[in-house]
Ligand binder design. Structure first.
Ligand code: ZN
Length: 271
């Protein structure tokens, strides 16, 4: 049996950029994205696997060579916006400005056009569906931000679980979930991958492939950098951010060995 090819995705941002700290206050934090990013690139090269890197515009602005290096290693570059703000807290005008700025930065550093988008904090909800129209207008052809769960920060609980046309120009590839007890359980990456035992994640992801469907897996570079600084955070944020970081790299290697992966663009348009 030919294994199903799944989408491997990285939200490419530094450890302090997804902590609900405004980007105007990011200057004082230790920059670790180059070392953590290279570590991830080495790990993918050793496993002979390519991924989609949804790169934050702020990172691309400061590290254009690193972004070029990722693209030259054969990975797909997508956008993760510019400032890691919740889209539903932005005006459509500000979202458009930041998305346009991030796309330009990424195209300038890679020489390639950008097709994919992942929202910061998966923040495409019922309140920010207008963002999909803006994406379509700026040339984005697929989005992977709508999490079909309900969470304090994100989610549309009854959204489709498999890829679909969400807007006339934009496909949506939802973050993968497991259907359990009549609800969708998030399992496919980030903190969920660190919290559940590896065998639970593996069986859940296998069950998606057994249905003939690809899953979306996501991770951040700082999740394989357990030595990054500890700073005081609101309890609910600290609990998931720092949990079990030392296990991620080992688990990721097992995952890459147990499943077949490709960049999201290839999974969406080739299979
Ligand atoms: Zn992010």
């Amino acid at each position: 049996m030919i294994p199903i090819t799944n989408a491997l995705t990285i939200d490419f941002e530094d450890w302090y950029q997804g902590l609900e700290i405004p980007y105007t206050e990011w200057d004082g934090f230790e920059d670790r994205i180059v070392s953590a990013g290279r570590r991830l690139l080495d790990l993918f090269a050793a496993a002979n696997v390519r991924a989609t890197f949804f790169v934050l515009g702020y990172v691309a602005e400061r590290h254009p060579r690193l972004v070029r290096e990722i693209a030259e290693a054969g990975h797909e570059i997508g956008t993760h916006g510019y400032s890691h703000a919740f889209i539903y807290e932005q005006t459509p005008q500000l979202f458009r400005e930041e998305l346009g700025r991030s796309i330009k930065l990424l195209e300038d550093s890679t020489g390639q056009s950008i097709h994919g988008h992942r929202a910061p904090f998966f923040s495409i909800t019922q309140d920010s569906l207008w963002a999909l129209d803006v994406m379509g207008e700026l040339g984005i052809t697929y989005d992977s931000s709508i999490f079909p769960v309900l969470n304090y920060r994100y989610g549309i609980a009854d959204a489709p679980r498999w890829p679909y046309q969400v807007q006339s120009d934009v496909m949506e590839f939802p973050i993968s979930t497991l259907r359990m007890f009549g609800r969708n359980l998030p399992i496919a990456g980030g903190a969920y991958f660190r919290i559940y035992p590896y065998q639970f994640s593996k069986r859940g992801l296998q069950s998606i492939n057994r249905q003939g469907k690809p899953f979306v897996f996501y991770l951040h570079p700082w999740e394989i950098d357990p030595e990054h600084p500890r700073i005081p955070l609101p309890k609910r944020v600290a609990l998931t951010h720092y949990f079990n970081l030392s296990a991620t790299e080992r688990r990721l290697k097992r995952l890459l060995n147990d499943f077949a992966f490709a960049p999201m663009k290839e999974v969406l348009y080739v299979s």
